[in-house]
Design a protein around this ligand. Structure first.
Ligand code: SF4
Length: 327
């Protein structure tokens, strides 16, 4: 396959609160190539989790398309949606609530096989044991229950369950955020190894930039329901273009104390605006240290400073050869 595995276009997701509709994602465009790890980052309340729920159809998007391997998930119902979902599996933040405590580990890992394959009980158990070993646990763990494991081990079980159907895309929503640093590193290393070994793509949602550095090929930065910058991870970390990306990176601690001391912190003033009442013009205009008059009147289009990057900011210089901007 040559094109992207996942192609999200003009995705709009809203939440109903009583009779009101709260916009959470406003026109997201995002691609994930086969085997690629894309991190979706932003503050709490930026719309990352709503975007994921819209992409995986846990929430019906208001508008837009989500092509997975050429099939638009938006509009699929019943059996057709279940079939398409086989290729897109999730790992959630909290393995306590995502793993049914009344099921044994073998049952939990084997459950997706009941829905999507013709495997019988014995074969499912064999597959579950293989998966357990793949994620660094042992065959004797198969008959235990989730509460008998540590947080890191439970997340390994959740990963085994997500990969048992050999999906094309794994969506990890803050999958290591609840773990201590040592378990976090182990689970990330495991995830990276399995992604490479199985050739699966990953959309990794996190607020933690240290984790992004460790795992991502590309990064997409989200603010108030909008993607403000996208690009290869090394480019974005070395030379962030959008003022919001610069502020996020400047607030993240770095391991080297000399670099840490010499860094200039970009301080953001004010709170994340009310999504019901976003600023006019650029979504970041009410907090941007670089805002000019135009920013309060006109929303910036995506500009492409490089073929593999896009930035929604009036002040970013686009490469003239690359305009008009990406769809
Ligand atoms: Fe800041 Fe203006 Fe760029 Fe928005 S368009 S990020 S307000 S400089």
């Amino acid at each position: 396959m040559s094109g992207p595995l996942l192609q999200v276009r003009d995705l709009h997701v809203s939440h109903r609160i009583g009779r009101r509709s709260l916009p959470a994602v406003r026109g997201m465009d995002l691609d994930v190539a086969p085997g690629e790890v894309v991190a979706l980052v932003g503050e709490s309340g930026s719309g990352k989790s709503s975007a994921v729920r819209g992409i995986t159809q846990l929430i019906r998007p208001e508008r837009g398309s989500v092509l997975l391997d050429g099939t638009d998930l938006v509009g699929l119902r019943g059996k057709a949606l279940r079939r398409a979902r086989r290729d897109i599996q999730m790992v959630f933040q909290d393995p306590y609530s995502s793993l049914d405590p009344s099921m044994s580990v073998a049952e939990l890992i084997g459950e997706p096989l009941i829905v999507h394959t013709a495997q019988g009980r014995a074969e499912r158990r064999r597959t579950a044991v293989e998966m357990l070993e793949m994620v660094g646990l042992r065959a004797e763990h198969a008959d235990r229950y989730p509460h008998e494991f540590s947080g890191g081990q439970r997340q390994r079980i959740a990963i085994a369950r997500a990969l048992v159907l050999r999906p094309k895309l794994v969506v990890a929503d803050e999958a290591v955020s609840a773990l201590d640093v040592s378990s976090q590193n182990q689970v990330l290393a495991l995830l990276q190894e399995l992604i490479a070994e199985l050739g699966v793509a990953c959309l990794f949602i996190t607020h933690d930039l240290a984790v992004v550095r460790q795992i991502a090929d590309r990064v997409a930065v989200m603010y108030l329901g909008t993607l403000v910058e996208q690009g290869p991870a090394d480019v974005l970390f070395d030379a962030p273009q959008h003022p919001y990306t610069r502020a996020l990176l400047s607030a993240a601690p770095v391991a080297d104390p000399v670099v840490q001391r010499s860094r200039q912190r970009v301080r953001l003033t004010g709170e994340l605006p009310d999504p019901m009442n976003p600023p006019t013009g650029c979504v970041f205009s009410s907090r941007c240290p670089d805002a000019i008059a135009r920013c309060h009147e006109e929303a910036p289009a995506d500009r492409r400073p490089r073929p593999d990057s896009s930035v929604a900011c009036h002040l970013v210089e686009a490469d003239p050869a690359l305009q008009p901007s990406l769809p």
